[in-house]
Design a protein around this ligand. Structure first.
Ligand code: NCD
Length: 281
């Protein structure tokens, strides 16, 4: 059992595999009310669609109830309340806190004062550990293994918490070659035919001080049907989503496109994680 889930740095291979085994069992056998009577609190100081709603769906499918906020505008943060005070209060209202915040290190700060486990649902450009569990589950489903493969990551490498969290965790597996490409400074096309997995991330515009730089990066890559031709037929294109122009809708129907399938795994993987943090297994 893990309590706080703040960073992927302390993940072990065997724990990840247990989360995946439980996720697969939930998909196969359906959900039972293992979290009946529990309250999950979601504190989202930054926008989210998939992460918050998949945690919420997972909690409700397991019989828990959910309360929280999805933007700071309706909270006392706008009155100047500190993160620490907000978290101290929320600790009284539920059994676990799922939190997203624009500042790197905020989840760790929250865990210092919370009286209940904290799950980091993204802290600035730093970490997004539940996404990593989901991405690894997706890779396993997509290519059948977590060892001996090549992953090409294309996009805003510098600001992507998804890339940061996944990249360190992949070191737990054997013979994984990682190619991280910022398309503004390096051409990704010569690498397309080597990859078993291609992770495409959007430009994290909200983390740029110079919006012109964000636009330059955004305009430097767009996966085309011609790019898909160059990929292995068994390759899978994944993305945490949302997408903007980098993943045009005209590639959605190619066999390599796997990002919507990936998003569907969010509920069982986050369900398995909630169960683990709350001591069900
Ligand atoms: C990602 C995030 O918030 O870091 N989205 C997600 O959780 N599915 C990626 C992104 O916003 O680009």
């Amino acid at each position: 059992m893990n309590t706080n889930i703040i960073t992927t740095d302390n993940f072990t291979r065997s724990w990840i595999e247990q989360v995946h085994t439980r996720s697969a069992a939930l998909i196969k056998n359906g959900f039972q009310a293992t979290l009946s009577g529990k309250i999950i609190t979601t504190c989202f100081f930054e926008p989210s669609t998939r992460t918050r709603l998949s945690f919420t769906s997972a909690a409700q499918r397991l019989g828990a109830s959910v309360l929280g906020f999805d933007s700071v505008t309706s909270t006392s943060t706008t009155k100047g309340e500190s993160l620490e005070d907000t978290i101290r209060m929320v600790s009284n209202y539920g059994d676990v806190i799922v939190m997203r915040h624009p500042e790197a290190g905020s989840a760790d700060r929250a865990a210092q004062v919370a009286g209940v486990p904290v799950i980091n649902a993204g802290d600035g450009a730093n970490q997004h550990p539940s996404q990593t569990l989901l991405d690894l589950f997706t890779i396993k489903q997509g290519i059948g293994r977590l060892d001996d493969f090549t992953i090409l990551m294309i996009g805003d490498i510098e600001h992507s918490r998804v890339v940061h969290s996944l990249s360190t965790t992949l070191k737990l597996f054997n013979n994984v070659e990682q190619l991280l490409i910022n398309p503004l400074t390096q051409d990704y096309k010569p690498h397309l035919n080597k990859a078993d997995i291609i992770l495409v991330t959007r430009v994290q515009t909200e983390r740029f001080t110079d919006k012109h730089q964000a636009d330059l990066l955004q305009n430097s890559y767009k996966i085309s049907l011609q790019d898909v031709e160059a990929m292995k037929p068994t390759c899978k294109i994944i993305s945490p989503l949302p997408r903007t122009s980098e993943l045009p809708t005209n590639i959605d129907a190619v066999p390599q496109a796997y990002y919507f399938q990936q998003a569907s795994f969010g509920v069982p993987v986050r369900a398995a994680l909630l169960e683990n943090v709350l001591g069900v297994w």
